[in-house]
Write a protein of this length. Structure first.
Length: 239
């Protein structure tokens, strides 16, 4: 079996960087996205833009970027009632988790991705989760991903390898990784065309990209970019 991968690609900073990371390593890279009625659905349009622009950045990307798959998971949004799936305040709930936490989202995403990978004969699944500077989402933790790899392998009776290249990288290091992988062109693509803002705001351009500038996702991205600018070459990382 050739070196083939499936990337969970939302159109955000992390998944865009993870996609570039995968394109650097695997012979064929397919992508999967999920429409779950997210408040920031603009990310679905951003992912199309990014996929369209990536091949122009590198002949390798043009050769390796494979088909895209979009899964309708609006049922997840319907039962979630979170700040990412309805117009409500972004705050911290009594559980201590932010109201943007969509229960089980990454577990469900990975299950659908694994089912597709099984059908498409793709051994590797790449996702851009991290627990370095995340929002406390339990389904982004390294232990969760490792447990899912075991469960999916058992349930499908096939070895799948889950890759999380950003797991121990903060946002500054993620910006640096994008630059290390694809130079200024890839970094600029991440800044200009990826989307992180929970409110789906793409009317205001900041130095780190588009967003409302005050939601938790924008705040995290802004602080990360500022830290990246302070030491853009001091990544301490191998892409």
């Amino acid at each position: 079996m050739t070196s083939r991968a499936l990337v969970l690609f939302s159109g955000g900073q992390d998944s865009t960087t993870a996609l570039a990371w995968a394109l650097d390593r695997f012979e064929t890279v397919e992508t999967i996205g999920f429409d779950y009625g997210q408040r920031h659905r603009i990310e679905m349009e951003c992912r199309e833009t990014i996929r369209a622009k990536l091949p122009a950045l590198s002949a390798r990307y043009a050769k390796r970027l494979g088909p895209d798959h979009v899964v309708d998971l609006k049922a997840l949004g319907a039962i979630s009632e979170t700040a990412l799936t309805r117009e409500t305040e972004i705050a911290f709930a009594e559980t201590g988790l932010p109201t943007t936490f969509v229960p089980g989202r990454n577990l469900i995403f990975l299950t659908f991705a694994a089912a597709l990978a099984y059908r498409r004969d793709l051994k590797h699944i790449v996702l851009g989760v991290c627990e370095t500077d995340y929002s406390g989402y339990p389904d982004c933790r390294d232990d969760t991903i490792k447990a899912m790899q075991v469960a999916l392998g058992l349930g499908l009776d096939r070895r799948l390898v889950l890759h999380t290249p950003l797991m121990w990288r903060d946002k500054a290091q993620t910006f640096a990784l994008a630059r290390a992988i694809g130079g200024e062109p890839l970094l600029n693509l991440v800044i200009e065309d990826s989307h992180s803002c929970y409110l789906g705001d793409r009317t205001t351009r900041h130095d780190w990209g588009y967003g409302c500038g005050h939601c938790p996702a924008c705040d995290l991205r802004a602080k990360g970019f500022a830290a990246y600018l302070a030491a853009p070459d001091d990544t301490g990382l191998i892409p």
